[in-house]
Design a protein around this ligand. Structure first.
Ligand code: FAD
Length: 301
């Protein structure tokens, strides 16, 4: 039996990550990754926009330990923002701080982020900081605090599986936050392990954030959570402008379109680039049914 832990273990395998960069998307990853270039990502964003869907693109990459690579990643983020402006898509940017040097030097990461946020500001755009594993949480919030002194076009992501998430949502009141269950393998000392407890805490933090009058980006494929959020908004007179739903590219596409057709904001997270391996392994870990992507991919590659 292939387990969640096995795929999360594979997700961190540096040898495989390195090989995967050279191969390009394999094992069915193509159905959940929008190509390798900015042009391909923009083309996908355009197609999704035509279906009434908003987009956030993520140039895949994480855990960079080399200064030059971190600066190149920042430069690529800037070019991606320019690509959005040139192609006129309804799209913002998602990124990971470890890609921008968080593990090398916090100041380098802050300076890379400021350059990206300046460009986003110029184009009236927004940047979402994805949340990574627990060991990066404190540093991520420290960087965010620094950035918020000069920029308001940036927002974090909070993982409902963490015990601390309720406290974090309260501390970040007023900010545009993405809320999701959480994708990494965390210790029972810091995170709920039981699915029901995670779901309960997820609903709890979403409602808390919305009740505070803050903007919530509810990132889930779980129709039960989505139904509950819609009901909560309606019962509490919360406008459709105060929240959005988010799903990953290639997952529940029909449901994405249905939600948009109902007049809710629906944003699709579109990853692209050659560093696809860790992202794809985490998606396989989340849902055993996703393995059909991999099997289909092996057969068609
Ligand atoms: P699950 O708990 O996986 O599923 C719940 C139920 O929903 C399932 O039992 C099933 O009934 C239904 N369902 C789910 N998927 C499908 C499907 N494909 N087809 C049919 N039914 C389905 N994690 C992080 O740690 N950091 C981040 O920054 C981050 N950003 C994210 C951004 C976006 C836009 C999204 C969507 C997710 C992000 N995640 C992130 C991942 C997230 O934390 C979860 O690991 C992931 O979304 C799986 O949880 P879920 O809420 O989608 O539903």
């Amino acid at each position: 039996m292939i387990t969640r832990d096995f795929f999360l273990f594979l997700a961190k395998n540096d040898f495989m990550k390195d090989k995967a960069r050279k191969w390009g998307p394999k094992f069915g990853a193509k159905s959940v990754i929008a190509g390798e270039t900015i042009e391909e990502a923009m083309q996908t964003a355009k197609e999704l926009n035509e279906k009434g869907l908003k987009v956030t693109v993520d140039h895949l990459g994480e855990f960079v330990y080399n200064k030059e690579e971190a600066m190149d990643a920042a430069d690529y983020c800037i070019r991606t923002l320019e690509g959005m402006e040139e192609s006129g898509v309804d799209c913002n940017l998602s990124l990971k701080l470890t890609q921008l040097g968080l593990d090398i030097d916090k100041e380098l990461c802050i300076s890379n982020m400021r350059a990206i946020l300046d460009t986003a500001k110029k184009y009236n755009n927004f940047v979402r900081i994805d949340m990574e594993d627990y060991s990066h949480i404190e540093a991520t919030f420290e960087v965010l605090e620094e950035l918020r002194k000069t920029h308001d076009n940036v927002g974090p992501a909070i993982q409902a599986y963490l015990f601390r998430s309720e406290q974090d949502v309260e501390a970040l009141k007023g900010m545009n936050i993405r809320l999701m269950k959480g994708a990494y393998n965390e210790s029972p000392e810091v995170a709920f392990k039981d699915q029901k407890e995670i779901d309960n805490n997820y609903i709890n933090i979403i409602k808390r954030h919305m009740r505070n009058g803050s903007y919530a980006a509810v990132a889930t494929h779980d129709h039960k959570i989505i139904a509950e959020v819609k009901k909560f908004a309606e019962e509490n007179g919360i406008s459709k402008d105060q929240f959005e739903f988010q799903m990953l590219y290639g997952f529940r596409s029909e449901l994405q379109e249905e939600i948009a057709a109902e007049g809710f904001k629906m944003r699709v997270y579109v990853p692209f680039g050659n560093d696809w391996y860790g992202y794809f392994m985490r998606r396989l870990a989340e849902r055993p049914q996703n393995i059909t992507f991999a099997v289909r991919g092996v057969l068609t590659n």
